[in-house]
Design a protein around this ligand. Sequence first.
Ligand SMILES: NC(=O)c1ccc[n+]([C@@H]2O[C@H](COP(=O)([O-])OP(=O)(O)OC[C@H]3O[C@@H](n4cnc5c(N)ncnc54)[C@H](O)[C@@H]3O)[C@@H](O)[C@H]2O)c1
Length: 476
Amino acid sequence: LADAAVHPKILESVALDFARKGKKKPKKAAFSTKTIGKELMHFATEANPFGRAIVEKKAREAVDKNTKGFYPAAYKALEAVFAAFDRKFEKGLELEAKLFAELAFTRESKSLIHLFHATTAAKRNPYAEAGKKEFGDSAPDLIGVVGSGFMGAGIATVFADKDVRVMLSDPNKDSTKRAMAGAYKYFMKKVKRGRLKPFELQTKLAHISPGANMQGFASADIVIEAVFEDLGLKQEILSQAESHAHPRQVFASNTSALPISRIAAKAKNPERVLGMHFFSPVEKMPLLEIVVTDKTADWAADRAFRAGLKMGKQIIVVKDSPGFYTTRALAFFLAEASLLLEEGSNIEEIDQALTDFGFPVGPITLMDEVGIDVGIHVLDEMRDAFPERVKLPHGLDAIQKSGRLGRKNGKGFFTYEDGEKVGPDESIYELMGEDKRTYKFVPAEDIADRCVFIFVNETIRCLEEGVLNHAYDGDI
Ligand SMILES: NC(=O)c1ccc[n+]([C@@H]2O[C@H](COP(=O)([O-])OP(=O)(O)OC[C@H]3O[C@@H](n4cnc5c(N)ncnc54)[C@H](O)[C@@H]3O)[C@@H](O)[C@H]2O)c1
């Protein structure tokens, strides 16, 4: 990395000398088995039509796997690359220009450009001015996370990865051990992929200070709670945090669906309380939904926004209400899918209809991934909030009582072996409708329409009610 170490007095002249001499030309590679290997590989693949056909097939398979056929640009790029082998350079460029022009007018191109504008707009911090008045340019750099379960661990890991110090508290030592092991695994993976130097792993890990209680949390810029989804417990954690907090500490809840104003109902300083709703796995999911109540101070929202930006998250700010934006729209989608199940559609048919539509996973798989207990709890909350519109099948109670938690206990709508999904669990059908449920064929298009329309309708309601500030946020 360094060419020389010199005294500051001669630094400039030595640096200029280096610049004048220019970069050393790399030595010609010596004749070795490595270069022969490369030549052979070139001959077997690119240099002849048979080899190229194999490479093209493999490339197409990889594109199919990654795009599921939904992004035409990747296929056109392949077409341009492989067609260019048999053409002159200019002809290759001509074809590329033609394909590019075709792509520019597709529905996908229009949508991607729209999303680009939406994500760019979302980077603007609407509370920046209020934050600047209170804190200048400084961003939060000490975070307290309460609860080291699935979500708390992910939140702590991402902050540590961005070199933000985190205190992580949980009375359950096993949970904290799992969280630290998870963080280690996450950073180790980065080392193996060459994205982190081995010596940096310990530095990153050292950003997280685990503990059994909230000692030291008084000095945190933001305290984020990620304990069980229980209103009383969350209020208790808020009250504990408030009893020590400095006057500019923000309290954020990572609740999935509990209105923030209910959590803050007994708060001494409700202006410092808001929601920071992350998605699992936090390390991978880019979205952060910041939930503000009518009492949340703008400077507090600024702190959360800046922390989210530091984490590299894509942020939307929404108004407090049951389920906020994401959980609410998703709950209607999941409720419709579970009604279809009760009415007689099969698990695979429902999931397939929605993945064919373009969702990365189907709704039934999603229930297993989120956790059936969490999913049903959220659906119940949404039914209480919107009783005239949320309809739930009776069978869900029986499914929950059967001890199914989804992937986390290897028992859900699907069966699992060593953590791997095997196939639909047929006994679900009995639980759904006891002896009344009979199989009924519903065309895939109807399944997708029912689930997607109810989802879209709800997003429009969120916009009308001002839960969303902008349609762009809903699209993200
Ligand atoms: N799992 C998800 O997909 C998801 C997504 C978004 C939001 N959430 C929300 O995040 C929160 C946490 O969910 P999770 O899936 O991480 O749950 P989890 O069960 O994995 O973790 C909860 C943790 O809270 C700890 N805890 C309980 N009481 C505590 C206390 N008094 N002090 C400190 N820690 C305490 C538990 O020991 C446990 O480790 C919930 O409100 C949930 O609704 C979950």
